[in-house]
Design a binder for this molecule. Structure first.
Ligand code: ATP
Length: 441
């Protein structure tokens, strides 16, 4: 395995080389903290979001989904406290002029007062609001100042009453959303770990106050197990409990799920005890009653919330860190492959005709490709030599390659090559679909 410190660089390079993630506006020199997903990365990200959505919305009776806007009424951000409190504190090194978020300048959980890069003196810290401002309307003087959402979850609180009135949800129930959030981070860094435009997945789970502890613990375990199920190395994930001075006044306890990155343990998802804070704030600011009436007991109350809020792009990056493998081969070469969960891989199988100039092989391979691609995301490669084809598929994490060779023309079998072990089996071509469906379940 590469040294941890090199790992990020190697992943950035792999992502560019194979069309997974590109720096945004690269032809103009790039813009800090913005990234685009390429042809392979966009399928992988879609698969990842789909997995989350299926597990948390489609397969559950007690959770409904929404898809809210990025721009909302500006009052939303006053009510949520973001306009007043969404600040990062920044200090600059007087020697190397690098800038740092002072709350993240820590070593062994102790605050550092010198530059972590060159040990230079730091300037006094200054505050910056990280909400992105924008204006609605086109006529000067009539424009309304508002903000790109700093977190995706606010739309859920805004639609709480609409959902209770229009759906048949009964407490306890959840509202889920995947969506973009924008933060004018003072120090975007570590590739897509900390960017200025990113996606979050949130569940706000509404409960009776007396059941808060039970549901908080439920979501803590549920989310940890979900992330663990995607990792090869399950020792690289843990909970970090927030200290008392990190907790807001309405919070009884808070835990972050963290990942062991090359630069230390870092947040993955927050499991937040929100109590009735958000609905109460929006009730106050909007002057609308956001309480819930129990259909049986007729008790009227503001529900309490457990929030699970994680980053989609951050998850994507952590999964790449977990999946990246280098292996020395007997011939002295190094093989790089992504040992990523097949459900997230862009393609489940790549269909490869052994030779690109043999019409019979191509025809047979095309038939197999056509059949399999009705059901699965399948790649096709009839270019250059077989070694190069395997290298490409290994690097984008395709779990299996299906090779149509001369024997295939005689007995209708094909070779299936495994990404992780490079071992090969032969299957009848019409058995591949059911074999694959078993592997993916
Ligand atoms: P951090 O301490 O890393 O800045 P946070 O505590 O501000 O994160 P939350 O507001 O709880 O984060 O957001 C929920 C999740 O959104 C985080 O756990 C993280 O996965 C993701 N996230 C937050 N900020 C960013 C960012 N700038 N870039 C990418 N993902 C982010």
């Amino acid at each position: 395995m590469p040294k941890q410190i090199d790992l990020v660089k190697k992943i950035v390079s792999l992502c560019k080389r194979r069309g997974i993630i590109f720096q945004n506006s690269e032809i103009y020199g790039g813009i800090g903290g913005f990234y685009d997903y390429g042809p392979i990365g966009s399928i992988m990200k879609y698969n990842l979001k789909n997995l989350w959505w299926n597990d948390n919305v489609i397969k559950r009776k007690d959770i409904v989904g929404i898809d809210g806007t990025i721009i909302t009424h500006p009052q939303v951000w006053h009510a949520s406290g973001h306009v007043k409190n969404f600040y990062d504190e920044l200090a600059e090194c007087k020697s190397c002029h690098k800038r740092f978020r002072t709350d993240l300048l820590k070593s062994d959980n102790k605050q550092i007062s010198k530059c972590p890069e060159c040990n230079g003196q730091l300037t006094k810290k200054r505050k910056y609001n990280t909400l992105f401002e924008t204006h609605v309307g086109v006529i000067e003087g009539e424009k309304t100042l508002t903000y790109l959402r700093g977190e995706a979850c606010q739309n859920i609180y805004l639609n709480f009453k609409n959902i209770v009135d229009s759906s048949r949800v009964k407490i306890p129930f959840g509202i889920a959303q995947i969506g973009k959030a924008f933060r004018n981070e003072v120090n975007p860094k570590n590739f897509i770990f900390r960017s200025r435009e990113f996606e979050q997945w949130d569940i706000q789970y509404f409960v009776h106050p007396t059941e808060m502890d039970k549901w908080y613990e439920y979501w803590k375990e549920k989310r940890m197990n979900w992330y663990k199920s995607l990792l090869n190395n399950k020792d690289n994930i843990h909970f970090r409990q927030h200290t008392k001075d990190e907790l807001a006044f309405y919070v009884k306890k808070a835990f972050d799920i963290e990942y062991n990155t090359p630069w230390g343990w870092a947040e993955w998802e927050g499991i937040h005890w929100r109590a009735d804070y958000d609905l109460t704030q929006h009730s106050k600011f909007s002057k609308k009653d956001l309480s819930y009436t129990d259909p049986v007991t007729k008790e009227k109350y503001i529900p309490w919330i457990t929030e699970t809020s994680g980053g989609v792009d951050r998850t994507f990056f952590y999964l790449l860190l977990d999946a990246y493998q280098e292996e020395k081969l007997e011939n002295g070469n190094t093989r790089t492959y992504l040992k990523i969960d097949p459900r997230i891989a862009a393609y489940k199988i790549c269909v490869i005709p052994l030779a690109s100039n043999k019409p019979k092989l191509i025809k047979k391979a095309e038939k197999i490709y056509k059949e399999l691609s009705q059901q699965y995301s399948i790649d096709w490669d009839d270019s250059s030599n077989i070694g190069k084809k395997y290298r490409r598929q290994d690097e984008i994490g395709t779990p299996w390659c299906l090779v149509v060779d001369y024997q295939s023309l005689e007995d209708d079998t094909v070779t299936i090559r495994d990404r992780n072990t490079m071992s090969q089996i032969r299957l009848k071509s019409n058995e591949v679909s059911s074999w694959l469906s078993q592997k993916l379940n």
